[in-house]
Design a protein around this ligand. Structure first.
Ligand code: ZN
Length: 349
């Protein structure tokens, strides 16, 4: 009896041991597959960070090369984003170290028939820079239709190639700014400034820099009356904040609305920094302008948002400002003076 009991215990022991082993291998297997999945998710190859360090001077130089080569119908037509990405490989993305000789040699090689693929095949980070800069600048230069004034007071429609992104401040309205990206802000919680403040007069018409869809519109305790516009390729989210008390937006502006580059969208003000709606709690009237890059939708509202320093871009866009006029005396709303579109179908509709 005693011996049998021991035998039974041994059997039981073996069974328990086997069960534990099975449980352990199940745990191990699930942990392993989970971590593989997690690894795949982490390895999903989208860009996680961009430092936009291109100076206005280099944006202007490369834009001119691109635009002139298209307008003059030259045999070799340059793409400014390719030129900028090549230069970034030469200076590590810091354009304060720009060398004119690098650009001259690149242009000479391209004119002599070498392709950008050949010239960049040994540049490890070329694709990274090209994808990053495309995410920022892709819709800034291209073909578009615009109304232009004639000497007899009429307007005619022109099809042309050039800069088709607009300054966020309407033409003939003054503003000043400095590079305040990354400065610290203290309202709510300690955080850094993820945009550029453009100081101007209350009521200054605010312009859509690029065509897109209104994704956010209404009160936000930090931004006050604000507008968020997503570019049509979904890569850029433009943020316009602290708009005017009582009359922040043009009439009927709403989420889901399509706005064209150069359209009036709202008015400069000093709202924000308040949980209560429609409160001026900012000392100096200004537009807060920001640009977020989105390579994967998971980045849009996350701990890993990519906001870039837009100071040099605002300077670059000074030369392309949308002229406006008061289109409605009752609502005191403004509208663009010259129609514009990137697609023929829109303008003739
Ligand atoms: Zn700001």
């Amino acid at each position: 009896m005693f011996i049998k009991q021991i035998k039974l215990s041994k059997k039981m022991f073996l069974s328990i041991f086997l069960i534990i082993l099975m449980i352990l291998s199940l745990i191990y297997y699930s942990a392993f597959t989970n971590s593989s999945e997690a690894k795949l998710k982490n390895d999903k190859s989208f860009i996680k960070w961009v430092d936009f360090g291109i100076t206005t001077e280099i944006l202007e130089k490369t834009a001119k090369l691109d635009i002139d080569s298209h307008n003059n119908k030259e045999k070799i037509q340059f793409n400014w984003i390719e030129l900028l990405s090549y230069l970034a490989c030469k200076n590590g993305g810091n354009f304060k170290n720009f060398k004119q000789s690098d650009l001259d040699l690149l242009i000479e090689n391209l004119k002599n028939g070498k392709t950008i693929e050949e010239l960049t095949k040994n540049m490890k980070y070329y694709n990274y820079y090209f994808e990053s800069y495309s995410a920022v600048l892709d819709q800034f230069i291209g073909y578009y239709f615009i109304e232009t004034p004639n000497s007899d007071g009429t307007k005619s429609l022109k099809y042309q190639y050039g800069i088709k992104a607009f300054s966020p401040i309407a033409k003939n309205y003054n503003f000043n700014h400095y590079d305040d990206f990354g400065n610290s802000r203290s309202y709510g919680f300690k955080r850094t400034h993820l945009g550029n403040d453009l100081m101007g007069s209350i009521g200054t018409p605010i312009i859509a820099v690029e065509s897109g869809i209104v994704e956010a519109c209404g009160w936000n305790q930090y931004g006050g009356w604000r507008i968020g516009i997503r570019s049509l390729d979904k890569k850029r989210y433009y943020y316009y904040a602290h708009l005017r008390k009582n009359h922040p937006y043009i009439k009927d502006l709403h989420e889901g609305q399509f706005v064209m580059a150069g359209d009036v969208i709202g008015y400069l003000g000093m709202t924000g920094y308040s949980q209560k709606e429609n409160v001026n709690n900012i000392n100096v009237p200004h537009l807060h302008f920001g640009m977020e890059l989105i390579f994967d939708e998971s980045q849009k509202e996350s701990q890993n948002e990519i906001w870039i320093d837009v100071y040099q871009i605002i300077e670059f866009l000074r030369k392309n400002r949308s002229e406006v006029y008061m289109c409605n005396k009752e609502t005191k709303d403004y509208s663009r003076k010259y129609e514009f579109c990137e697609n023929e179908q829109f303008i003739y509709k």
